[in-house]
Design a protein around this ligand. Structure first.
Ligand code: ZN
Length: 114
């Protein structure tokens, strides 16, 4: 359960921040890319388990999924990809190993009630 360990560290981070700011957390916003290897549904379920009997119990986990974006060396431009199956520029077909977005797994915001 890879997602559970992620959820546990999110809960830890959020609790620390809530402690610093003083207040109750009502929502935790995260950003996840398709290459982060996280299944959003599994993370939501894990979050509920991870926050159980913590000050975060009952708070919401809000997942923002970021698109996969690669950099094409031929076009010298960023190109969004629809699938993670092929890392080729959708405009010119050049294979590109450079992923600019898609590996994100980050805590972006906390909603805190004071
Ligand atoms: Zn291209």
């Amino acid at each position: 359960m890879h997602e559970l360990s992620i959820a546990l560290s999110l809960v830890d981070l959020a609790q620390e921040e809530a402690g610093r700011q003083g207040g109750r957390i009502c929502a935790v916003h995260v950003r996840i890319g398709p290459l982060a290897g996280v299944v959003p549904e599994a993370l939501l379920a894990s979050y509920e388990m991870a926050s159980f009997r913590t000050p975060l119990e009952g708070s919401r986990l809000v997942i923002e999924q970021v698109p996969l974006v690669v950099f094409c060396p031929s076009c010298q431009a960023q190109r969004p990809l629809d699938s993670v199956q092929s890392f080729c520029c959708p405009e010119c077909g050049t294979p590109t190993p450079q992923v600019d977005h898609g590996r994100e797994l980050e805590l972006v915001a906390l909603e805190i009630e004071t």
